[in-house]
Design a protein around this ligand. Structure first.
Ligand code: CMC
Length: 431
C-alpha cells in the first residue's frame, strides 16, 4: 500500500475521527475506513459498491468519464489493434509485455494444456441436451477441482501457476464442447498447431466428416472479441471470484462462481439479451415504441447493450467492436441484414435522445459483440460462454494478485440491519 498522504475528517455526534487517505496512480483519492468501526463504532453503507474500493490493484484502470480502459497502463484500442489475446493474457498475468522468447514459452504452455481429462466427457454427457451452455460451464469448471487435484493448493505459487494456465487453455475446449453437446454433434478435440482463436472456432464448427478451414479474418475478429473482454477491473464477476477465493477455496471453484455471476443479463448475459431484443424489435419502425418503453419508469424494459456503471462516455471497447462488426459483416456479405439495420438505427436514435444523453447511456461492448458472433454462426446461447472464455484471464490475474497479497483477509461485508430485535419464541398454538 502507498503511504497515506492526507486525512479526511468525519464528525459523529460532535466527535471528530481522522481517516487516512491514499492517492492512486490514477483515479479518485480513497478514504481508508478499515479502522472506522473499531474507532467510531459505525459502519458505512454502500450496497452495489458505488463508492467503495474493495481492494488495491495494479492490473486494469478505467476512467469512465474519459471512456478510457488501460491494462497495465496500455490503452485497450492499442492492444486490440497491435497485440493479440495471448499476449494480452501474458500482460495481465505478469504485468509487462512479453519478449519474443517469453511469449513463445507462454503460448506453448497454454497450447499444451488445451485437452480435457478424457473422463470429463462423461460429465458433459450427464447434462440434458437442451442445457444452456453457461449451465454446463458453471458445472464443468467447478468439476475441474475434482479432475486436477494437483493444482488446488492455493498456498503453493507453482500450483497457482499451473491452475491458471490450465484454465486459460481449457476454457475454449469446455465452451466449444458445451456447444457441441447442445446441438448433438461429436466433441472436436483441440489442435495445437492452431492459434487460440482459430482453435476455438474449429472446435465449435468442425465436424469429423469434413475438413474445416478457419478464415483468418474471422479468426482475427474472434481474437479481438477475446481481447476486448479480457479484464475489466472490479466488475461483478471479478469481485465474485475475489470474494469466493478470500475464504481459501480452490481456484476452479472460484472461477465457476465468476461464471455464475457473469451469466446475469445485467453483466455478461447482456450480449445474448441484446441480440434477442434487436430481433424482438424486428423492424426499424418499431424502435420508437421500445425507446419509449426504456424511458418509462413503470416498465422494467431496458435497452440492452446500453449503459454502464463506470463508463459515462462511449465504452472504448464498443468503438473497436463496432469497427470489427463492419469488417466481419462485409466479409460475410451481410452488411444490410435486418438486425444490423435495427441496431444502427437504435444507436442513432438513442444517442440523440435527451433521456439517454442526460443519463449518459452509451452503447457498451455487448451492443456490437452479439452482431459479430451471430454473423459468425454462433447461436445467442453461446454469446455469454464466449465472454466467459475471454474473461477467464482477468479473473485469474485478479485472483493471483489477491492471493499473493499479504494483506489478504476473508471478505466479510457488514449490514444495515432493519429486522426485528430480540424477541421470545412463540409456541405454534399461540401464533
Ligand atoms: N435502458 C434504459 N434506462 C437505463 C439503462 C438502459 N439500458 N441503463 C440505465 N438506465 C437508467 C436507469 O433506469 C436509471 O434511471 P433513473 O436514474 O431515472 O432511476 C439510470 O439510467 C441509472 O441506472 P442504474 O441502473 O442506476 O445504473 P447501474 O450503474 O446500476 O447499472 C447497468 C449499469 C449496465 C446494469 C445498466 O446500465 C443496464 O442494466 N444496462 C443494460 C444491460 C447491459 O447492457 N449490461 C452490460 C454492461 S457492459 C458488459 C458487462 O460489464 O458485463
Amino acid at each position: 500500500m502507498p503511504e497515506s498522504t492526507k486525512t479526511a475528517k468525519l464528525t459523529i455526534d460532535g466527535q471528530e475521527h481522522e481517516l487516512p487517505m491514499f492517492s492512486p496512480t490514477a483515479g479518485p483519492e480513497v478514504i481508508d475506513i478499515r479502522k472506522l468501526y473499531a474507532d467510531a463504532g459505525v459502519f458505512t453503507y454502500d450496497p452495489g459498491f458505488t463508492s467503495t474500493a474493495s481492494c488495491d490493484s495494479t492490473i486494469t484502470y478505467i476512467d469512465g468519464d474519459k471512456g478510457e480502459l488501460l491494462h497495465r497502463g496500455y490503452p485497450i484500442d492499442q492492444l486490440a489493434e497491435k497485440s493479440h489475446y495471448l499476449e494480452v493474457c501474458y500482460l495481465l498475468l505478469y504485468g509487462e509485455l512479453p519478449t519474443a522468447a517469453q511469449l513463445e514459452d507462454f503460448e506453448s504452455r497454454v497450447t499444451n494444456h488445451t485437452m480435457l481429462h478424457e473422463q470429463m466427457q462423461y460429465f458433459f454427457r450427464g447434462f440434458r441436451r437442451d442445457a444452456h451452455p453457461m449451465a454446463i460451464m458453471v458445472g464443468v469448471v467447478g468439476a475441474m477441482s475434482a479432475f486436477y487435484h494437483d493444482s488446488t493448493d492455493i498456498t503453493d505459487p507453482w500450483q497457482r501457476e499451473v491452475a491458471s494456465i490450465r484454465m486459460i487453455a481449457k476454457m475454449p475446449t469446455i465452451a466449444a464442447w458445451a456447444y457441441k453437446y447442445s446441438i448433438g454433434q461429436p466433441f472436436v478435440y483441440p489442435r495445437n498447431d492452431l492459434d487460440y482463436a482459430s482453435n476455438f472456432l474449429r472446435m465449435c464448427f468442425a465436424v469429423p466428416a469434413e475438413d474445416y478451414v478457419v478464415d483468418p479474418i474471422l479468426s482475427r475478429a474472434m481474437d479481438r472479441i477475446f481481447t476486448l473482454h479480457a479484464d475489466h477491473e472490479q466488475n461483478a464477476s471479478t469481485s465474485t471470484v475475489r470474494l469466493a477465493s478470500s475464504s481459501g477455496a480452490n481456484p476452479f471453484a472460484c472461477i465457476a462462481a465468476g461464471i455464475a455471476c457473469l451469466w446475469g443479463p445485467a453483466h455478461g448475459g447482456a450480449n445474448q439479451a441484446c441480440l434477442e431484443m434487436l430481433k424482438q424489435i424486428g423492424e426499424v419502425e418499431n424502435i420508437p415504441e421500445y425507446i419509449e418503453r426504456a424511458k418509462d419508469k413503470n416498465d422494467p424494459f431496458r435497452l440492452m447493450g446500453f449503459g454502464h456503471r463506470v463508463y459515462k462516455n462511449f465504452d472504448p471497447r464498443a468503438k473497436v467492436m463496432k469497427q470489427s462488426a463492419d469488417e466481419v459483416l462485409e466479409l460475410l456479405g451481410i452488411e444490410n441484414n435486418k438486425v444490423l439495420q435495427v441496431a444502427k438505427e437504435l444507436e442513432r436514435i438513442a444517442l440523440s435522445d435527451d433521456y439517454f444523453r442526460d443519463k449518459k447511456l452509451f452503447p457498451n461492448v455487448d451492443f456490437y459483440s452479439g452482431i459479430i458472433l451471430e454473423a459468425m454462426g454462433f447461436p445467442t446461447s453461446m454469446f455469454t460462454p464466449i465472454f466467459a472464455v475471454s474473461r477467464t484471464v482477468g479473473w485469474i490475474s485478479q485472483w493471483k494478485e489477491m492471493i499473493a497479497d499479504p494483506q489478504m483477509k476473508i471478505g466479510r461485508p457488514r449490514q444495515l440491519y432493519l429486522g426485528a430485535t430480540n424477541r421470545d419464541y412463540v409456541d405454534i398454538e399461540n401464533r
